[in-house]
Design a protein around this ligand. Structure first.
Ligand code: C2E
Ligand code: SIN
Ligand code: SIN
Ligand code: FE
Length: 386
């Protein structure tokens, strides 16, 4: 092929790459897909994607050995791959036999004979290294500067696809359903409207996060984590939780402990989602002026996720009827939120709330047929593309 054709073909493949990668949410399939695509775009014989395992500080990759898929692991700093991961620098080796960094371990394992390598770091949008791309044995000319540029370009697209897939993987369908059911159970004793309240909190929180221009992954995290904000209410006695009227000061003190119980239930979580849920459950009643509970945290100490849910929670509580208060009109609730900006709430979050207020109103105005919504909230989750 002449050079123009090569370039055109590459460009086509590149354009295609973004689309293909953003659609696949299964991590193993995605990694295979990326390796296959890169092989075609670069025109090399083989491509491996190594990802960093932050717990062990190793890089891992799946390799086909015979008919089986095996996971291989390389320590940080070791070999070409390990060096790229620890330095963040691209490494190009035209003859691996002449490069002392190259370890023959993997070749020995796989029976593959590596001659040349182009290895670039996989960086996410925040610039953090999440793994390494390794292209091997370029047919014909050997790797050149253009290959390097292309691989770096692909790397950022691939990294965002990979992070998405990791998130989707950590939020499996059954996990999400469990969360929803738990959240509903925890609050069911409290209010009959709990399912509606939860759905509102979920949707309002996600909208506010969007209003804050948070990355989509974080919007999804807050969407589901927000459902667990009051999960600690499982620990509150019926006599208080179900009291048909104003709480005494003592009872209110007891009620406030739902944040501590929630923290207990969700602490030491491993998944990203439950980590966010922990922050929300423990801090959604903190106020930026330091007068909230349970820890009287101040502005900078309150996680953004908790600040978002706090606005969503109070807005929806005000708009709903409670045994201790009548329903407020949304406009009055909005005035209240505005008035508490800089006192209860972070002004930046209030700003985002204002920006998405029309969307919030639409959700608020939806019908609230209680008998179907419980089934619906679970169905919606299952229908989600996870
Ligand atoms: P909730 O009813 O879902 O209310 C959540 C939050 O919305 C409240 O957190 C409060 O910040 C805000 N909020 C709700 N209603 C009003 C209101 O009429 N005026 C104002 N200014 N803010 C309101 P808070 O106060 O920490 O209460 C936490 C939870 O404790 C409440 O969740 C509710 O389940 C319970 N609770 C609080 N006060 C009473 C009460 O007097 N009687 C009963 N039965 N439960 C109460
Ligand atoms: C190395 O990074 O040194 C070995 C990588 C490989 O053989 O693929
Ligand atoms: C609270 O008791 O502080 C919240 C409910 C209310 O204001 O009536
Ligand atoms: Fe709460």
């Amino acid at each position: 092929m002449i050079r123009e054709e090569v370039l055109e073909k590459r460009l086509r493949l590149l354009v295609n790459f973004g689309g293909v990668v953003s659609r696949e949410t299964n991590l193993s399939k995605l990694l295979e897909l990326i390796a296959e695509q890169v092989k075609n775009i670069i025109g090399c014989d083989r491509c491996s994607v190594f990802l960093i395992d932050p717990e062990t500080r190793e890089l891992w990759s799946k390799v086909a050995l015979g008919l089986q898929n095996t996971e291989i692991r390389v320590p940080f700093g070791k070999g070409i791959v390990g060096n790229v991961a620890s330095t963040g620098q691209t490494i190009k080796v035209l003859h691996v036999d002449q490069d002392p960094r190259f370890t023959h371990d993997l070749d020995r394992m796989t029976g593959y004979r590596t001659r040349s390598i182009l290895a670039v770091p996989l960086k996410n949008v925040a610039g953090k290294i999440i793994g390494v791309f390794e292209a091997m044995n370029k047919t014909g000319t050997g790797f050149d500067a253009e290959d390097e540029g292309i691989l770096q370009l692909i790397s950022s697209l691939a990294a965002s696809g990979i992070e998405n897939a990791e998130l989707y993987q950590s939020l499996s369908k059954s996990q999400l359903e469990t969360i929803q059911r738990l959240a509903i159970t925890a609050e069911y004793r409290d209010q009959h409207d709990v399912v509606i309240h939860l759905r509102h909190i979920r949707d309002y929180s996600a909208l506010i996060a969007q209003g804050l221009r948070m990355p989509e992954e974080e919007v999804e995290l807050i969407r589901y984590a927000s459902l667990m904000h009051d999960i600690g209410k499982v620990g509150i006695a019926d006599a208080i939780l179900l009291k048909p009227g104003k709480l005494t000061a003592e009872e209110y003190e007891e009620m406030k402990k739902h944040t501590l119980y929630g923290a207990k239930i969700l602490c030491n979580a491993e998944s990203e989602l439950l980590k966010v849920a922990y922050k929300v459950a423990s801090s959604h009643h903190e106020k930026v002026d330091g007068t909230g509970y349970p820890a009287r945290l101040r502005d900078g100490q309150i996680p953004i996720y908790a600040k978002i849910v706090s606005v969503a929670d109070v807005f929806d509580a005000l708009c709903a009827q409670r045994v201790y208060k009548p329903r407020w009109e949304p406009e009055k609730a909005r005035e209240y939120i505005r008035g508490e900006s800089g006192k209860s709430f972070d002004p930046v979050v209030v700003g985002a709330f204002e920006r998405v207020f029309d969307e919030i109103l639409k959700i608020h105005a939806l019908g609230d047929d209680r008998t179907t919504i419980s089934a619906q909230i679970i169905r919606e989750t299952n229908g989600h593309s996870y």
